[in-house]
Design a protein around this ligand. Structure first.
Ligand code: PMP
Length: 428
């Protein structure tokens, strides 16, 4: 493992192979969801033995739960380098965090967003009171900055929000967040950062970057599914009615009037996901305590081996939006094999080699369509799908080498892939 001290729960598990026998699972799908850290898993297990209702319970266990739940906000705020007065609102995940922010936009806000975003960052604004300016994929980070500046400069009068990812879930490319934040500020706009992919791979501070809001997902940060957060400026969140109506968000309810609590309770109606919040905070605390420069350096070595190893295979295309010299990447690599169905390749990697990757359009269809089109790739099944390998804390050199060798083997079989499924039957 390239992350001493950040042990993964269940590391070293084996999976069956079609040819017989078992092999250590090579999980190269961290970009979708990362396995829990051992200490996160232990914390959740302990919590499940003592937890009780939060906020309104007077019992001892309720007091502990309340204090753990409320205490979970601080480590999350500091993990993203938030300002002391930034709100930390618990959500289900990044999708939910942007849904909340969209709900809280002031009337007639203009939202500027690139079509390259994950659907979670691309779509929620459409249903809000906002006017959405969707910008085409830029050719370079510099072009992204110029396009965002122009869109914000020429927008209709009123508030504006620029939405941008920190690292692409398709290409792994890092976006120039600090410079985009400076552009937003200069144009009197705010900026929201999609850190679903960035946060597991790089340390950052929204305060230093000049970012107003950030969204994260626990299940990409080595914590379980079901807890994420929106962190950022309080005023818009405070001015909006509750995201959900119900218990916990209300201060008083009479026949004539309902008044609401301030942020964050305002947007957290219903009994909260206490284990999820505590798990997310634990993961943030553990990752923040690691030597992140060293982790990024180790990851860069594995990423380079992965990108280069795949790109060197005849018939394989590694897809990027920007020129390599213009943008560094996290360990997320999207590729296709000429003439082969990505779904079938992914199935073969699993059944024959014990490797987990993802195939599809990665909830970023406009970007994947553009990348495949630009590279002249079309999948034989017409799906417009690609393969994605993504590195995480448990990734080893052996996992990367195994994937490169397996892809090389599959690519060498030519366009008519033959592989066997997990049940041992030849694939159709
Ligand atoms: N943004 C990015 C960049 C992502 O990679 C993802 C998850 N694939 C999301 C947003 C959405 O995250 P979630 O499914 O946890 O809401």
């Amino acid at each position: 493992p390239h992350a001493p001290g950040l042990e993964i729960a269940g590391a070293g598990a084996t999976v069956p192979l079609t040819g017989g026998g078992r092999i250590e699972y090579a999980n190269l799908d961290h970009g979708a969801s990362a396995p829990a850290l051992r200490e996160v898993s232990d914390t959740v297990e302990r919590l499940l033995q003592t937890y009780a209702s939060v906020h309104r319970g007077a019992g001892w266990h309720s007091q502990i739960s309340t204090s753990l739940y409320e205490g979970a906000r601080g480590p999350i705020r500091s993990f993203v380098g938030g300002r002391a007065d930034d709100a930390v609102v618990f959500t289900q995940h990044t999708t939910d965090a942007f849904g909340l922010l969209a709900h809280c936009l002031p009337a007639r806000t203009t939202v500027v967003v690139f079509e390259t975003e994950h659907h979670a960052a691309l779509l929620p604004w459409e249903r809000s009171a906002a006017r959405v300016l969707r910008l085409p994929a830029p050719a370079s980070p510099a072009a992204a900055i110029a396009a965002a500046d122009e869109a914000l400069r020429t927008r209709p009068a009123g508030p504006a929000l620029l939405v941008v990812t920190g690292a692409s879930n398709v290409t792994g490319e890092l976006w120039p967040v600090a410079r985009l934040a400076a552009v937003a500020r200069a144009r009197g706009a705010r900026i929201a950062l999609d850190a679903a992919q960035l946060a597991p791979h790089r340390a950052f501070s929204i305060d230093e970057l000049g970012v107003d809001y950030v969204a994260i997902s626990g299940h990409k940060l080595y914590a379980p599914f079901g807890a994420g957060a929106l962190i950022g400026r309080t005023d818009w969140l405070q001015a909006a009615p509750p995201y959900r109506l119900g218990g916990g968000a209300t201060a008083t309810v009479t026949d004539d009037e309902v008044t609401f609590k301030p942020v964050p309770e305002r947007h957290e109606a219903g009994s909260p996901n206490v284990p999820g919040a505590v798990a997310l905070a634990t993961a943030c605390h553990l990752i923040a305590g690691a030597d992140r420069d060293r982790l990024a350096c180790l990851e860069a070595g594995l990423t380079e081996a992965l990108q280069q190893g795949l790109a060197d295979i005849p018939g394989v295309t590694v897809h990027r939006l920007f020129a390599a010299a213009d943008a560094q990447t996290i360990g997320v690599v999207t590729f296709t094999i000429a003439g082969q169905s990505s779904a079938e390749v992914a199935a073969a990697l699993s059944a024959e080699h014990g490797i987990g990757v993802r195939d599809g359009a990665f909830c970023a269809q406009p970007l994947v369509r553009r990348l495949l089109g630009a590279a002249g790739c079309s999948s034989p099944d017409g799906s417009g799908h690609a393969l994605r390998a993504s590195i995480g804390l448990g990734t080893t050199t052996e996992h990367v080498n195994r994937l490169v060798a397996a892809v090389s083997d599959i690519a060498s079989r030519g366009p008519r892939l033959r592989y066997t499924t997990a049940s041992g039957r030849p694939a159709p």
